[in-house]
Structures are given as C-alpha cells and as structure tokens.
Design a protein around this ligand. Structure first.
Ligand code: SF4
Length: 403
C-alpha cells in the first residue's frame, strides 16, 4: 500500500499541477451551472493539498460515509435523512470527495446526488422485485464466478466500490462488511476457467475491480492470462467516473502487460464527464484499452432522449463508445428508479437515424430469472412475406426490400 501511494503521488504531479492551475481560475458566480466546483471552495476539503486530492488512496480513505459528513456538503431532505439512517444496516454509503464536488448541495433532484444519496423509498420493496433478479447466484459454479453464456464468464473480483450506486443490481453482494475479500478465494474460479476450454472471454467485475491494489489486480490478470484458451480480458468499472485518480501510470503499465484488455465504464449522466474524467479516459485509450460505456436507464436522472443524446455525444468525444443501455433490473429497493420499458424504446427511436450510429447503444433487458441480455428496440419491420420485407425508416417512411 505504501509503495503504491508513492507511485500514485509521483505519477500524478503533472496532472496535479494542471488541476491546480485550473483551480486558480475565477470561480463562477452561478455555481449551479458550473459543477464540479473547485474543492477548495468546499469547507470540508478547503485544507486538502492538490497532491492529496490526486492520490486515489486519499480519496478512498476520505469518502463521505456518514450523515454528519454529508450534512456539511448538502442540505439533506427529510427523505434523504431517513434513507441514510436506514442504510446503516443495508447497502453501504460511500461517496468519493471527487464525486461530491459534482453534487448540487441545494437541489435534491441533482442527477449526481440521486445516484449516491439514499432515500427512504429505497427501503420499500416494489412489485416483482428480487434479491438476485439475474439469478447470478444460481449460475455460479465457483466462488466469485458466473457462467451463463457459452464462451464467456463473469469474475466477481471484489465486493467493494469507490462510491455505492443506489440502483446497484449487485446490492446483495457489494459493500464493505465482508471479512474475507473475494480476491483471496478465487482459486476455484481459475480452475473452472482452466478446465472449460470454450471460455475465451473473461469479464472481471464486482464490486469494482479497480478498487483492488495494483498487485492484487496483476495477480488476477496473471492467473487468467496463463490459461491459453482465454483470448482477452474485459473490465467492468465505474472508477473513471467516480474516482479518475485511480488511473495511474503504474496501472496502465499492468494493463499493457496483460492485454488485450477491453473496458466497460458505467456512465449515467453527462455531468459525470468532467475534465478530470476525460483525462483518465484519454490515458486509458492512449494505453490501447478500447472503452465502451454501460448506462442504466434511471427515472428522473437520464430518462429523457436529450439527456441520453448529450451523454452519448460527450462519451464519443472522450473516445468511449456507447455500448449498452440497461433497463434497471427489478432488484429489491429500486422501484423509484425504474421507468416503463416504453421510455427506453422511445430513447432509441429518438437516437437511431438522428445521430451517428456510434452514439446509439443497444437497449437491453437482463431477463429476470437468468435469461441473459435481450435487445429491445423500436420495430422497423412492418411486415414480412416470402421474399419481401416492408420496412419503415427513422422518419416513418415505408420501404420495400425484395430478396
Ligand atoms: S459501481 Fe457498479 S457494482 Fe459498484 S455500486 Fe455502482 S453499480 Fe454496483
């Protein structure tokens, strides 16, 4: 840990100087329009020096976890206070100081705030909600492993995340109350992958695998890459959005050593794409990691076509290819986040044809009960007869295609 901290600090001096320079620019008079705000303007962080701020270990150590800390940052509503009280015994609360700078302290509808600050509705169980809607536990042949599709597996490397999303599908697993971290119990998972020659793709997720120290992550990569039939690795993470300081030169060196590595990053709202986040994504792209995004469709956060369009356009600008929009899974305590399926279909309808194909992800429902991802979208085939398809284009004009 000590060595890592030193690396992190030395590797981020340039970034820190750059950030310090930007911080000296005139702050906006209208802060609501200019989040993230300079952390020096926040009472809780005003004495933090830029090297500490850029140290990911410092960010983790100083996460906001308790009501008393959060109260110093935002004006809590009654619903939020109640949610914080109830969350004590449920999904952990943790918000990185970096993420906290993006929260609007006076607006409970702030999309950044709603994703991380619990509210009382989280503790009501909605219709059809389940503990493990995607039946991952059922399809787990070894600790930390989910095998659903023929040629790929999901490795749950850790239970921890930088910040905990209130809509999390794996809320049954994530958090920091476990005594033995998953990473110490993965030998059976490696054996399973080794003995199944059809597995060519391993997705490492969790929790967030980038919460692991460099050595632990390298150890996982080494174990999996020693299996000759595994062709490449994928990482599922939210860290470039919640903790961009974690993307260090040392981490990039490890990625390069064990590539090809692809990365799917969880982004839900355009406000998450800050200059600091862009810097982290550019470091990853420049190191040869292809980046894709995963977005959860969330009520009153990103359920408007213009919000999604802005998100996907901004992602393309930082070289992240919009990959999936997920219908919010029916996991217990997330009913207040869920929209009708028609909302997602309408978003795709308003994107396809109206913007670059690269900005149109696939909208999917992860089938309850463990059926896997099923693509959902507008219907462009109006009728089908032998040798003839009647189609509509994005503007509703009708065309015939003859085979
Ligand atoms: S980062 Fe992912 S695993 Fe962690 S709380 Fe958020 S959605 Fe869940």
């Amino acid at each position: 840990m000590a060595n890592n901290s030193t690396d992190t600090l030395s590797n981020t001096v340039d970034i820190t100087q750059d950030i310090a320079k930007k911080s000296s620019q005139q702050p906006s008079k209208n802060k609501r329009l200019y989040f993230p705000i300079d952390y020096k303007q926040i009472e809780l962080f005003k004495d933090v020096n830029p090297l500490e701020w850029e140290d990911w270990h410092w960010q983790i150590k100083n996460r906001i976890r308790r009501k008393e800390e959060l109260q110093q940052l935002i004006n809590l509503t009654f619903e939020e206070e109640k949610g914080l009280k109830l969350s004590d015994s449920r999904l952990s609360v943790a918000i990185t100081p970096y993420w906290a700078t993006m929260i609007d302290p006076n607006n409970p509808k702030c999309p950044i705030r709603k994703q991380m600050v619990p509210v009382a509705s989280e503790f009501q169980v909605g219709n059809h909600e389940m503990r493990d809607p995607c039946a991952e536990d059922r399809d787990s042949p070894a600790h930390g492993l989910v095998h659903r599709y023929p040629d790929r597996v999901l490795l749950l490397a850790t239970e921890q995340c930088a910040s905990y999303c209130r809509h999390c599908t794996r809320r049954r697993l994530v958090g920091e109350k476990k005594e033995i971290p998953s990473v110490n119990k993965l030998d059976a998972a490696y054996d399973y992958i080794r003995s199944n020659k059809k597995i060519r793709d391993v997705l490492i997720s969790g929790g967030d695998p980038l919460m692991l120290e460099d050595e632990a992550l390298e150890n996982i990569f080494k174990n999996i890459r020693s299996i000759s039939h595994v062709e490449f690795l994928r990482i599922g993470t939210r860290v470039p959005a919640t903790l961009p300081q974690r993307i260090t030169e040392n981490l990039l060196k490890i990625f390069k050593k064990y590539g090809p590595i692809w990365m799917s990053i969880h982004f839900n709202h355009p406000k998450e794409i800050t200059k600091r986040c862009r810097q982290a994504c550019e470091m990853l792209s420049d190191a040869g990691i292809p980046l894709g995004s995963q977005t959860v469709l969330l009520k009153d956060i990103n359920d408007k076509p213009f919000v999604m369009r802005k998100l996907f356009h901004d992602l393309l600008k930082i070289r992240v290819r919009p990959y999936y929009i997920y219908q919010c899974d029916p996991v217990k305590g997330t009913a207040h986040f869920r929209t009708p399926v028609a909302v997602g279909i309408n978003i795709i309808e308003k994107l396809r044809g109206y913007t670059s194909g690269y900005a149109v992800p696939t909208y999917v429902i992860d089938a309850p009960g463990g059926g896997g991802k099923i693509p959902i979208g507008p219907n462009y085939i109006l009728s089908q007869a032998k040798g003839r398809y009647t189609l509509r284009n994005y503007k509703g004009k009708i065309y015939t295609y003859l085979e």
